[in-house]
Design a protein around this ligand. Structure first.
Ligand code: MSP
Length: 662
């Protein structure tokens, strides 16, 4: 089918605030949307998957100032970090919008102007309560006990001239949208919105600020910056090239093709913006409304929302490096019942990898390819009618029914249940091996065709399972196809039983290695401990240094003084001799997202080629210094052995580069 004939499907994540510490919570929404986008693509839809970053506001302005950077420079670095994260997690997005994109800014100004022209935006004075972190105005009734209804933090008195959006005008239509359609899900969120915001009264919304400058200015009244949420929500149409000066009929083809969005996905704390403010703005713009907004639950840490400001975040880079991207994708998608909150537990994640991915899926593939080789030299053919065992009909029906079952779950956005049914088939396949006992069939020549049929059925199960796992764990699915000797399918058309004529299988490396959960937890303790309170105590040295024959203690420093030194794990990615310097090596280090050059006096102990891949400890905040004309951006820690040679200090087991050493 050509792209033009395909049905469009437009799915979005929230656009994230640029953060220095991207965590598993951010990954959750993006991985869920990625799985849904991939599922739709394989189901034959023309998908547009949009994500991006929300880069304006007082918070960014102040953080940039503290970092001595312009807001643009500041966000550019952070945005590069999130793009790296999405690449690592194999996120196949079609569009990445930044609210600092000039095209977005122009469209938002145009939207504001259009709403001014239609009378939906008017200028007036605000008097009430203001929540600085949320940049939100509230009336005294809304901000009960002077607390922000959104974040619960204290508000302060405020009076300001600003622009208002006539939200009140749309109350009845919004109430209908929420209560009479399936626009907002899950339904519990509808009750929250209606009871907390729509039931009694809906106030007009202050949509400009004069308290900061880093944002999109109101055209013709530059003292006013457009409210960050009007700016942010508009991303969903600006990314398609919406033209606010034109009618619907005259919109660019991309807008007409993908708008209205099929699904806006987010977590519950921003449902109000997506289910009240955004539809009202669209009503005012006379644009069709999105088909669905879904507010999923939170990934919690110790019962609290995982969030950078609370310092309780789990680092996806570290987890992916240790266990692989698909293990992380799988755990996020399987462990969390979609829509509900879930307390993060590394132990549960590791157990999930062991049970589902290693024991069930990995073993099934290993056993099946090994038996194919052992009994049929890896060549298995489609059985003829009547060949097989009494257990086949039941099993093959399950293979045949899997696609439908997964479709039903995903149509209801039940991602975790979808994976559950796929893994149910894997476990059925393992049981089928126990029931049919191929090793006994192999002993009886008369049973050769039955044995071939059993293996064929197992391979078919694996093929259909791998096809349906493609949206969730794409790399693993590809590895399975490789073992089955098949090309990776481009759609779900053949996700049915008996679609393969012959198999020529391969025995590859195991899909997932079994983890020693206890040991892993111990190893992870120091690197993942989200509060940064490493359990190792800093031991004071027992050594006494000699000074004029007197025994004296080395100068003691406080823990705060020690923490001024920023130590980080770094990985050597390149090393070479420094010309005319016998002792020096020039090292290129990977420090998380960063690359550093360090000149180190270790050439007497190490050959450059032996250092590649080695983990070292870097003093990361040392002032740069020039050594033999090369700028050395830090120093690596070494001990001196009994021969007086430098020996690199390295972590005892593998940890991700960039991780702090304390
Ligand atoms: N910039 C706004 C969104 C504007 S959309 C027009 C924003 N950004 S955010 O960086 O705070 O991202 C919030 C979103 O990140 C949540 O709605 C959710 O999708 C995701 N999550 C961040 N932390 C999360 C958890 N701990 N758990 C689940 N999702 C999380 O709000």
């Amino acid at each position: 089918m050509s792209t033009t004939q395909k049905k469009p499907y437009y799915i979005t994540t929230p656009i994230y605030y640029p953060s220095g510490k991207w965590h598993l919570g951010h990954c959750y929404t993006t991985v869920c949307c990625d799985a849904l986008a991939r599922f739709k693509r394989l189901s034959g839809f023309d998908v547009y998957y949009l994500t991006g970053t929300d880069e304006h506001g007082l918070n960014i302005q102040e953080r940039a100032k503290a970092a001595n950077k312009s807001p643009q420079e500041f966000v550019d670095e952070l945005v590069a970090g999130i793009k790296d994260l999405w690449k690592l997690l194999n996120i196949d997005y079609d569009g990445f919008i930044r609210t600092t994109d000039p095209s977005h800014k122009k469209i938002v100004q145009g939207i504001f102007k259009r709403l001014q022209d239609s009378g939906d935006i008017y200028k007036s004075k605000y008097k009430g309560q203001y929540c600085t972190p949320c940049e939100s105005f509230w009336t005294t009734t809304q901000a009960k006990e002077k607390k922000c209804p959104d974040c619960g933090r204290a508000t302060k008195e405020a009076e300001e001239e600003c622009y208002f959006f006539k939200l009140s005008k749309y109350r009845d239509r919004l109430l209908k949208l929420l209560t009479e359609t399936d626009f907002l899900e899950p339904k519990t969120r509808v009750n929250e919105m209606v009871n907390n915001f729509l039931k009694d009264n809906l106030e007009d919304l202050a949509v400009s600020r004069t308290s900061f400058t880093h944002g999109i200015k109101v055209a013709g009244d530059e003292k006013h910056v457009i409210y960050v949420w009007i700016d942010a929500l508009s991303n969903y149409i600006s990314a398609l090239g919406y033209d606010p000066t034109k009618s619907w009929e005259q919109q660019p083809p991309k807008v007409k093709k993908y708008w209205p969005a099929d699904l806006h996905m987010m977590a519950k704390e921003i449902v109000r913006f997506h289910s009240i403010i955004w539809p009202a703005v669209l009503m005012a713009l006379e644009l069709p409304l999105p088909k669905k907004a879904y507010g999923h639950g939170w990934l919690l840490f110790d019962g609290d929302k995982m969030s950078k400001s609370k310092g309780n975040v789990v680092d996806p880079f570290i987890l992916s490096e240790r266990y692989g991207v698909d293990a992380i994708r799988y755990c996020l998608l399987r462990e969390i019942s979609f829509g509900q909150d879930c307390d993060y537990s590394t132990e549960n994640f590791l157990n999930r990898i062991n049970t589902d991915l290693c024991n069930d899926l990995g073993n099934l593939l290993k056993r099946t390819t090994a038996m194919s080789r052992q009994y049929f030299d890896s060549k298995i053919k489609k059985p003829k009618k009547g060949e097989g065992t009494e257990f086949d009909l039941d099993f093959t029906k399950k293979i045949d029914g899997l696609l439908k079952e997964v479709q039903v779950k995903l149509d209801k956005l039940e991602l975790s249940r979808a994976l559950e049914v796929i893994l149910e088939l894997v476990s059925n396949a393992n049981k089928y091996i126990d029931l049919t006992r191929p090793w006994l069939l192999a002993k009886d020549k008369a049973q050769t065709s039955a044995l071939n049929a059993v293996l064929y059925n197992l391979l078919e199960a694996l093929r259909v399972v791998a096809t349906l796992l493609m949206p969730f764990i794409p790399s693993t699915a590809s590895k399975i196809f490789d073992s089955l000797g098949l090309d990776i399918p481009t759609d779900f058309k053949n996700a049915k039983y008996a679609k393969t004529a012959t198999y020529s299988t391969k025995e590859n490396e195991p899909l997932f290695l079994r983890l020693d959960v206890k040991k892993e937890l111990e190893d992870l303790e120091l690197t993942l401990n989200p509060n940064g309170t490493a359990k190792n105590e800093v031991k004071s040295s027992d050594k006494k240094s000699s000074n004029n024959g007197e025994q004296s203690q080395p100068t003691q420093i406080t823990i705060d003084e020690f923490f001024k030194t920023q130590l980080k794990v770094a990985k050597v990615i390149a090393a070479e001799k420094v010309e005319k310097a016998d002792k020096l090596l020039k090292l290129t280090l990977e420090v998380g997202q960063e690359t550093r050059t360090v000149v180190s006096g270790i050439a007497t102990s190490y050959a450059p080629q032996d250092l590649i891949g080695k983990l070292v400890v870097l003093v990361a905040n040392l002032q740069p210094a020039k050594l033999r004309g090369i700028e050395s951006q830090g120093m690596i820690l070494c001990a001196t052995n009994s021969d007086g040679k430098p020996i690199i200090v390295t972590p005892e087991s593998i940890v991700a580069s960039g991780v702090e050493v304390r």
